[in-house]
Design a protein around this ligand. Structure first.
Ligand code: UD1
Length: 426
C-alpha cells in the first residue's frame, strides 16, 4: 500500500489550482442515468471515487467516454455519459461498500426502470450513516422498499408520483436521491428542509439544463416538476470548496503565501470567517484568492453544521490548524457522531486535544513532531498531512488510499509550492 512521507518546516509558496468538486461530480454522473441523451460533464476531478462511480454506472449500462479537460488551468477530465439503455438495476455490494455515494442510484433506477436492488452501504469509519431518509422519501413518492439479504429491494410498478416530503434532518445524499427521483416522477415534488450545499445547487442547475423544471434552487424548499423526456446537456462541475478550504488551511499552517486558482470564497463563507478570526488573510484575486498570514494563529471555536454553516468535511483540517494556534479552540461536531478518529493520530504528533462527547478541546502547542500516522477516512487523512507540513522531522502517512478517494494529485500540488513531500510506492 502506498504511503506519503512529508518533512515539515517548509512554507508553501506559489499557486494551487482547485479541482472540480468530488461531491458535486458524483451525483451529476448519476443524473446521466435519468436520460437516454448524453450528459457531458466538464472539470471532473481525477479521483478513485470517480473511477468507482464510472465502474458502477457502466455496469448499469451507461456508456462513458473520458477526454482530457480543455481548460488550461484545470487538470480535470471531461466525461460524456450516455444512459440510452439501462442493462442492470442492481448496484452490487462490492461497489457500494467502497463508496457510500453509490446509494444515489436508487432513486434514479426506480424512477426510470420502476425497480432497483441496491446494496446497503454498511459500516463506515465516521459513524452509522443510515439511509432511512432516502428510503422514507422514496416511499412518500410511492415506492415499495424492503430490505433483503443486505439489499434495498425497491419497486414502483406504477411509477413514482410527485409528493411533498419534509426531511426530519438535513441530508445531502437523501436530498440528491429524491431530486433525481422527482425529475422523472409524475407531477410535482416539493422537498422541504432540503440540503442547500453548493453541490446540491450544482445538481439542480444541471437537472434544469436537462429539461427538469426546478424552483427554489439554493433554498431549503425545492419544487421539482417531473419531466417526460430529458435533453442532452453540458455542465461544468463547481470548484471543490472542501479542497479549497483544505489548502487554505495548509498554507496558513506553514505561514505561506499561495494563490488558490479557481478557489471561490463565496462557497465557503463560514469557513472563511472562521479562518479570518484565527488570523488567516484571504484576498480575492482575478483568478481566485490569495492566502497569507499576517501574524500568529489564534484559537477559535468551531461548530459543524449543514450548509451554510461550517462544513464537517473541513473539521479535521481545522483541528490540525488549531493544534499550533495560540490559546484554545473548541471544535464541536454535530453532523457525524464518530468523526474524531484523527485525534489520536494528531496526538502521536504531539497535539494536545481532549474529546468530551461531541466536542474536542484543542490547546495549541509550540511544536509538532513527525511520526508514523494512519489515515482513517478521507478528511482525517488530509488533516494529518496539514499537521505534518508544520511538524519537525518526517511524518509517514499510511493508508493513503483514503486520500486518493478525494484529493486530486495532493502531493504534486503541495510539492509545486515547495513542500518536501513524496509518495512511497508499495
Ligand atoms: C455528504 C458528503 C460528505 C459530507 C456529508 C455532510 C457526498 C458524496 N458526501 O455525505 O462528504 O460529509 O454530506 O456534509 O456528497 N443521515 C441519516 N439518515 C439518512 C441519511 C443521513 O440519519 O438516511 C444522517 C447521517 O448519518 C449524518 C447526517 O444525516 O449524521 C448528514 O448526512 P448526509 O448529509 O446524508 O451525508 P452524506 O450525503 O452521506
Amino acid at each position: 500500500m502506498d504511503r506519503i512521507r512529508i518533512r515539515g518546516g517548509r512554507q508553501l509558496k506559489g499557486e494551487i489550482t482547485v479541482s472540480g468538486a468530488k461531491n458535486a461530480a458524483l451525483p451529476l454522473m448519476v443524473a446521466s442515468m435519468l436520460s437516454d441523451k448524453p450528459l457531458t460533464l466538464k472539470n471532473v476531478p481525477r479521483l478513485a471515487d470517480i473511477s468507482t462511480m464510472i465502474q458502477l454506472l457502466q455496469q448499469h449500462g451507461v456508456e462513458i467516454q473520458a477526454a482530457p479537460g480543455e481548460n488550461g488551468h484545470s487538470h480535470g477530465t471531461t466525461l460524456t455519459l450516455c444512459g440510452s439503455k439501462i442493462t442492470s438495476t442492481v448496484a452490487p455490494y462490492d461497489i457500494v461498500r467502497k463508496m457510500r455515494a453509490s446509494v444515489l442510484v436508487l432513486g434514479v433506477l426506480l424512477a426510470r426502470e420502476g425497480e432497483a436492488r441496491v446494496s446497503l452501504p454498511g459500516g463506515c469509519a465516521i459513524g452509522a450513516r443510515p439511509v432511512d431518509l432516502h428510503i422514507a422519501g422514496l416511499r412518500a413518492m410511492g415506492a415499495e422498499i424492503d430490505i433483503d439479504g443486505g439489499y434495498m429491494v425497491a419497486r414502483a410498478p406504477k411509477g413514482l408520483k410527485g409528493a411533498r416530503y419534509t426531511f426530519p434532518k438535513v441530508s445531502v445524499g437523501a436530498t440528491e436521491n429524491l431530486m433525481m427521483a422527482a425529475a422523472l416522477a409524475k407531477g410535482t415534488t416539493v422537498l422541504a428542509n432540503a440540503a442547500r450545499e453548493p453541490e446540491i445547487i450544482d445538481l439542480a442547475e444541471c437537472l434544469a439544463k436537462m429539461g427538469v423544471p426546478i424552483t427554489g434552487i439554493g433554498t431549503e424548499t425545492l419544487t421539482i416538476e417531473g419531466a417526460q423526456q430529458l435533453k442532452a446537456a453540458t455542465h461544468t462541475v463547481v470548484p471543490d470548496r472542501i479542497e479549497t478550504g483544505t489548502y487554505a488551511m495548509a498554507v496558513a499552517m506553514t505561514a505561506g503565501d499561495v494563490e488558490l486558482v479557481g478557489g471561490r470564497l463565496d462557497l465557503m463563507e463560514a469557513a472563511a470567517q472562521t479562518l479570518r478570526a484565527a488570523g488567516v488573510v484571504m484576498e480575492k484575486t482575478n483568478r481566485g484568492f490569495r492566502v497569507t498570514r499576517a501574524n500568529g494563529l489564534h484559537g477559535v471555536d468551531v461548530m459543524t453544521e449543514p450548509y451554510p454553516g461550517f462544513p464537517t468535511d473541513l473539521q479535521a483540517q481545522m483541528m490540525a490548524l488549531m493544534t499550533r494556534a495560540e490559546g484554545a479552540s473548541m471544535i464541536t461536531e454535530t453532523i457525524f457522531e464518530s468523526r474524531f478518529m484523527h485525534v489520536p493520530e494528531l496526538a502521536r504528533m504531539g497535539a494536545n486535544v481532549v474529546v468530551h462527547g461531541e466536542s474536542a478541546l484543542v490547546r495549541g502547542v509550540p511544536k509538532l513532531r513527525g511520526a508514523d500516522v494512519m489515515a482513517t477516512d478521507l478528511r482525517a487523512s488530509v488533516s494529518l498531512a496539514i499537521a505534518a507540513l508544520a511538524a519537525e522531522g518526517d511524518t509517514t502517512l499510511h493508508r493513503v488510499y483514503h486520500l486518493d478517494r478525494g484529493f486530486e494529485r495532493l502531493e504534486e500540488k503541495l510539492a509545486a509550492c515547495g513542500a518536501d513531500i513524496e509518495r512511497l510506492k508499495g
